[in-house]
Design a binder for this molecule. Structure first.
Ligand SMILES: [Zn+2]
Length: 225
């Protein structure tokens, strides 16, 4: 049921992009932050006008919600408990998918709403600009960003919340990986070993990206770039 809906989610992106004349080059399956994802390469959509890009971004979630309605209807008619569980899980995954700090659909929707293609590349500069505006109140100049001050401030706020999110996310993952490693010592099982290895890996990845982000910010501050 869930696999079917994942495929249907991607069909949502594909059909929207084909509607606007962009044919995806390839499709694949990968793992991103502990959850398996299917993805289609709709990279060429950046050539589309903003509104159409947002429709392509939302397409997957839209199709997924249709499927969850069908599962819910299935439950109402046939009283199959697994259909209700699937509908519930799909709605939860839509909410998770809308998180703009990880590179899921929410991230692309947010960056297309702003009209900024590589949001991640502007994090440090925007945070520096935001702090400059907040604390120095002098004429703050942007050297790397090509957008107006308001947009930069908005990206700055996004980036700051994003740093806070990564601190929280990294620490939560680290905490769960420590707990599962502790469980491993008390009762060894291959499953526990796998879970703690995966959790440890992702906590290191997210803490590492956090440190890189902070290093960039400090570097820009020191050099007053
Ligand atoms: Zn999607």
């Amino acid at each position: 049921m869930l696999l079917f809906s994942t495929i249907f989610h991607e069909i949502g992106h594909i059909s929207a992009s084909i509607k606007y004349g962009v044919v995806p080059k390839w499709a694949g399956v990968g793992i991103y932050f502990t959850s398996p994802i299917a993805f289609v390469d709709v990279d060429d959509t950046w050539k589309l006008p903003q509104k159409q890009r947002i429709v392509v971004d939302i397409g997957g979630i839209y199709f997924q919600l249709i499927i969850s309605c069908i599962y819910a209807l299935w439950y109402i008619i046939f009283k199959t408990p697994s259909a209700l569980n699937a509908a519930y899980l799909l709605v939860v995954s839509v909410i998770f998918n809308l998180n703009p700090f990880l590179k899921y659909d929410g991230y692309w929707i947010f960056s297309d709403l702003l009209g900024v293609y590589n949001l991640n590349q502007h994090i440090s500069e925007s945070i520096r600009f935001l702090f400059c505006k907040l604390f120095y109140r002098k004429k703050c100049k942007q050297k790397h960003n090509e957008f107006d001050d308001n947009k930069s401030l908005l990206i700055g706020i996004y980036s700051l919340v994003s740093v806070i999110f990564f601190i929280y996310f990294g620490l939560t993952l680290l905490k769960s990986s420590i707990i599962s490693t502790w469980k491993l010592f008390k009762c060894f099982s291959v499953y526990n070993l796998f879970v703690s290895m995966v959790l440890l890996y992702f906590s290191v990845v997210s803490i590492n990206s956090l440190f890189r982000m902070l290093k960039d910010i400090v570097f820009l501050q020191q050099n007053n770039v």
